[in-house]
Structure formats: C-alpha cells, structure tokens
Write a protein that binds this ligand. Structure first.
Ligand code: CUA
Length: 331
C-alpha cells in the first residue's frame, strides 16, 4: 500500500542519484537540527523552571569559546553543502560532448518537440536509453517550465530566449512531463510523457514516424527562401553564392566560436546569439561589417529560428574559414 504513494518519483536518470543524495542530506540535517533544538527547549524549560526556593538567577555575560563553536560548526556544514551542491549543479549544466540535440517549443497549452533527425511530436518525447539528451527550449507565448520529475530536471521555457537542460535516462519506461510554471487556464493540462526506449526500439520508432525534414534541411531552405544568402556567404569568404560581395559575415564554421564585435566586445556564437542577430541585428554587429541587416522579428516563428540556427550550426568551416571567424561572423 505504501508503494502506491512513493516518497519520491522514480529515479530514471544518471544525475538523479546525486541530486537525491543532496536532498536527503538536507532533509536529514533539518530533521536532526529540529529535534535537537526542540529537545533542548523542552529539557531546559523543565530543568530550569522557577522553583519557590528564593534563589535569584545569575547573569552570564557571553562566552567567546561557545560563540566560536556554534558559529564555526554550522559554517563548516553549510559551506560544505554549498560546495557539494555547486559541484552537482555544474555537472547538471554541462552536457557531455556527444549530446543529442532536441528542440522544445512550449505554447499555451502544449509541448512541441523535434528530434535531431526531424521527427516531431506533441506532448510526448521518445528518447533512447543511456544517451545524453539536450533540450534547447523556447516559448511562443508566456513562461512555461519543462519538468521531468523522474529525471530530476526542470528548466523554465521563456519567450524571447533559449534555455537548455540535459539528462541521460538510465531506465526504460514512461515518465511524466509537467509544465511547472503557472501559464494560464489549462496549465494543469500542459502535461505529457517521456518514453525511454532501447537504442533499437528508438530507431524503429523513428522509422515509423514520418520524418519530414531535419531542422537543418528546413533551415537551409529558409536561409535561401528568406534571402539570407544574398548577404551571407556560406562557403567562400568574400562572395555570396549569387556572386555579390559579402555584406555579412561568413557563417560556415562560425558556430561555437568567439567573434570580435564592432564596438570592441566579444561574443560566442551560440543559439542565443544567432536568435538575437535575426531578431535584433544591430545589437551586436561583428567587427568589419556595417549595421545593415534588417530585423526579421515577426516574420519567423520560433521553430523557424531554431531551424535556421541548426542550419548555421551544421555549416562546417574549413581551416581558412574558421580563421575568418576572428574578424567576420554572423550578423
Ligand atoms: Cu505551461 Cu504551465
């Protein structure tokens, strides 16, 4: 009967155990301290209660040793907890290099997911077991929060920017997805399931879903269709595919690199910077280029921006091209 009401949800991810350990330690520490303090209060109340024997209380004027003791011990415990929690948090923030990139768009009131190979689903997420998965997420309207209790991960999904979280499922099964940020009338129905499958089952599942295009392929079409190509060269450094002189930075090999900006700063080209450059092109202009790019705000959906970013990510630069990244970049 008690198994029907588990204290914690299933633990089905690689990081889950470490997160639970921190949590259990916090709970244990809280319980121990609470019991100690209340026991002391009750004992002292009884022990030192006023007796009618005419004695008067003696006043004690502090004790440096005692004060050092009861400040020092909690300091050591709390700093240790801080260090421990930070170490776990840093791991939670840093996915391994071979991570699979999934995209999540939240809207009132559903989750739209796209797989690296292009398959889409709504309110469900199918993933292979023992593979690191990274979600790059954004919202079409208000703030949501993508929460998988069994993986112990949760991250807000915020309009106008990208947030990321990663996890590695370790146990086959189906687990809950919740929206964990109140987002309107049907917030409580903004739920779904994540299904963890074996590698083979995942491949079969992928094969059974009409794949459509991968985000990169759609991104490439958009890149051409929106005429990004008329200013940004994709392979040659100086001329666009139309043969015109490049008015924007070369994009091949740019992803993940640091580029110098016109105003002297630097920025690393990631999904967020690409998104900002499409929506507000003049915010961070790359050194060596004029601020001539028009904004595409209102012309592209969040999914289309993700597709463009995936395409840019997929453009591999040659050695020469990656050199161009120092002076010329996305904008
Ligand atoms: Cu979306 Cu709550």
């Amino acid at each position: 009967m008690w198994n029907d009401f588990p204290l914690l949800p299933d633990n089905a991810s690689k990081m889950g155990f470490q997160i639970d350990l921190v949590w259990w330690f916090l709970v244990a520490l809280t319980v121990v301290m609470t019991v100690l303090i209340f026991a002391a209060v009750v004992t002292f109340v009884v022990w030192f209660r006023k007796k009618n024997d005419g004695r008067v209380a003696t006043q004690i004027e502090g004790s440096t040793q005692l004060e050092l003791l009861w400040s020092g011990i909690p300091l050591v415990i709390l700093m240790g907890l801080f260090g421990w929690g930070t170490a776990v948090y840093v791991q939670l923030m840093r996915p391994p290099a071979d991570v699979m990139d999934f995209y999540v768009v939240g809207k009132q009131w559903m989750w739209k997911v796209q797989h690296p190979t292009g398959q889409r689903e709504i309110n469900t997420l199918h993933i292979p077991v023992n593979k690191a998965i990274r979600l790059t997420q954004t919202s079409e309207d208000v703030i949501h929060s993508f929460f998988i209790p069994a993986f112990r991960t949760k991250k807000d999904v915020v309009p106008g920017r990208y947030t990321q979280q990663w996890f590695e499922a370790t146990k086959l099964g189906t687990y809950h997805i919740f929206c964990a940020e109140y987002c309107g009338t049907k917030h409580s129905q903004m739920v779904g399931t994540v299904t963890v499958m074996t590698q083979d089952d995942y491949q079969n599942w992928l094969a059974g879903v009409v794949a459509g295009e991968s985000p990169e392929e759609t991104g490439k079409k958009l890149f051409e269709g929106m005429r990004c190509v008329s200013c940004h060269p994709v392979s040659d450094k100086t001329t666009t595919i139309d043969g015109a002189p490049a008015r924007g930075p070369l994009l091949a090999g740019i992803y993940g690199k640091e580029v110098a900006l016109k105003d002297g700063g630097k920025v690393t080209v990631d999904d967020s910077y690409i998104r900002e450059s499409i929506m507000r092109p003049l915010a961070k202009v790359v050194a060596g280029f004029e601020p001539v790019m028009p904004t595409y705000e209102g012309q592209l959906s969040e999914e289309q921006i993700i597709q463009l970013a995936s395409y840019i990510k997929s453009l591999k630069g040659s050695e020469e091209n990656s050199g161009a990244a120092d002076g010329g970049a996305k904008k």
